[in-house]
Design a protein around this ligand. Structure first.
Ligand code: NAD
Length: 496
């Protein structure tokens, strides 16, 4: 290891209730996207570490304090964790900002809000009821109960590491499973800081484990591990497809939250000032690095030029800079490969003939991985800039004629994560909500998510849902129990 690395913060992984290095003793650097410099060292987990973590989770699932706990006790533990998150929200947010470059002004709200998932699913833990089934067989009693699956492997991306962990971990634990979490190799620090709160809350050893490392070295052995019962993944559709294939081979349960290319649709009857803010929040908030980014802005042709003028004028005022500063509105792109990808798409859009209405270049004066907030007009829905996920502050504006045209263009994409509609017509709002193929539709708002409401994708945007009451079933399996009260077993050669 070179001398530069010695001043970096050195992290340990959390496995089986202990802080540990990788078996190999290897580390990798984590970068601060604002400075473009390394600030921390993360243990570089390999297959042996993954095995340790999964074995620890399996042990905790089958023996010791966790399986003996009542659902109410599990719920209390989750709510205690919620309190600890609330108390430490700012500190967690600072780590997130340092590691992934998102704005402190957004992340401190997000880390505080994240506690709600632990409160909500903590409350839900002891409200999962089975049923007594009316029996059509004489002298027989039949009931169902919902049981946990076992070890859940949770794999999260770099854009909202702790929030997306909460969406998986809170229901998985509420249902009585144990977990091994692998964060993105670009943003591992916040999860390891969060595990200090898991320790403080008093979860039995092995109930929650965190392993840090690369997709091929740590992610792949985790999803392939035979003791993993369920994989819950958020990330790109490319990795999601690989995970789905691996899960199929191992007959594992799987839920996938993948990418998007969401239409944000502005009709001529909309409150245009609000719609401008909605378009901005859809693409420039979080530097466009959100799966729900409204990256295709569909504008009715009759207001197209007027609306684009207003939008460009507003977007020009966006303050780029230090993500820790409360004045900053657009921060850096999080990772070097993502930075390159965004810059590549700027070239692709230009070469496809899109018109640059704003930005279109790297923002070199800020150092780090900054891109100018960019708006392309004259985009056709068949262009790559309209079909492929950029995951950056790059907006493609597409004109449309009427409702049918908006629906056709809006749905003409392989993804289906979210959609936005701006209109003052109630009829139009309901019609669009019904016809758009997306897991979430926002009318006159954008980027609203809640622990109370199901979230997930249509089409290539994913499988399964997160948040809300129903989705806890994705971490449970149903057992049907038959009890005979007959004094004699009837003819054993005939099915009952
Ligand atoms: P990614 O798919 O490259 O990586 C996600 C995670 O998968 C990382 O932890 C990575 O290490 C791991 N991984 C990579 N290869 C693996 C393998 N072979 N086996 C197991 N794990 C492996 O995605 P990313 O670049 O980190 O994140 C950005 C993507 O995430 C975007 O496409 C975005 O749309 C998506 N995303 C979706 C949602 C949602 O809820 N739908 C939310 C946030 C981000």
């Amino acid at each position: 290891m070179d001398t530069k690395s010695e001043s970096l913060t050195k992290y340990k992984m959390w496995i089986g209730g202990e802080w540990t290095e990788a078996t190999s003793g290897a580390y990798f650097e984590s970068y601060n996207p604002y400075t473009g410099k390394p600030w921390a060292l993360m243990p570089r987990a390999g297959a042996a570490d993954i095995d340790r973590a999964v074995q620890a989770a399996h042990q905790a699932f089958t023996a010791g304090a966790w399986p003996k706990m009542t659902a109410s006790q599990r719920g209390a533990l989750l709510r205690k964790l919620g309190d600890l998150i609330t108390d430490n929200a700012d500190a967690l947010a600072k780590i997130e900002v340092r590691d992934n470059g998102k704005l402190f002004s957004e992340m401190r709200g997000q880390t505080a809000y994240m506690a709600q998932w632990y409160y909500y699913f903590g409350g839900l833990a002891d409200k999962i009821e089975g049923a007594v089934i009316p029996s059509d067989k004489a002298d027989t009693f039949n009931y169902t109960e919902h049981e946990p699956l076992g070890v859940v492997a949770a794999i999260v991306p770099w854009n909202s590491p702790l929030l997306l962990t909460a969406w998986k971990l809170a229901p998985a634990l509420a249902a009585g499973n144990t977990a091994v979490i692998k964060p993105s190799e670009f943003t591992s620090a916040s999860l390891l800081e969060f595990c200090k709160l898991i320790e403080k809350a008093g979860f039995p050893p092995g109930v929650v484990n965190a392993v840090t490392g690369f997709g091929d070295e740590a992610g792949a052995p985790l999803i392939e591990h035979p003791l993993v019962a369920k994989i819950t993944f958020t990330g790109s559709d490319k990795t999601g497809q690989r995970i789905y294939e691996t899960a199929a081979r191992g007959m594992k349960r799987v839920s996938l939250e993948l990418g998007g290319k969401s239409p944000n649709i502005v009709f001529d009857d909309a409150d245009l000032d609000n719609a401008v803010k909605g378009a901005i929040s859809g693409i420039f908030a979080a530097t466009g690095q959100t799966c729900i980014a409204g990256s295709r802005l569909l504008v009715q042709r009759s207001i197209h030029d007027r609306f684009v003028d207003k939008l460009v004028a507003f977007a020009k005022t966006a303050r780029i800079g230090d993500p820790m500063s409360l004045d900053t509105q657009v921060g850096p792109v999080t990772t070097p490969p993502q930075y390159k990808k965004v810059l590549d798409y700027l070239d692709i859009a230009k070469s496809e003939g899109a018109t640059t209405a704003l930005g279109g270049n790297r923002a070199e004066e800020f150092g780090g991985y900054f891109v100018e907030p960019t708006i392309f007009t004259g985009v056709r829905n068949s262009m790559r800039i309209a079909q492929e996920e950029v995951f950056g502050p790059v907006l493609a504006v597409i004109p449309f004629e009427d409702e049918e045209d908006a629906i056709a263009i809006g749905n003409d994409v392989v993804f289906g994560l979210a959609a936005g509609v701006w209109t003052q017509s109630m009829r139009r709002a309901f019609l669009m909500a019904k016809r758009l193929q997306a897991g979430t539709v926002w009318i006159n708002t954008y980027r609203a998510v809640s622990y109370l409401s199901p979230f997930g994708g249509y089409k290539r945007s994913g499988i399964g849902r997160e948040s809300g009451q129903e989705m806890i079933k994705e971490y449970l399996q149903t057992k049907s129990v038959w009890i005979s009260m007959a004094t004699e077993v009837p003819n054993p050669f005939v099915m009952r």
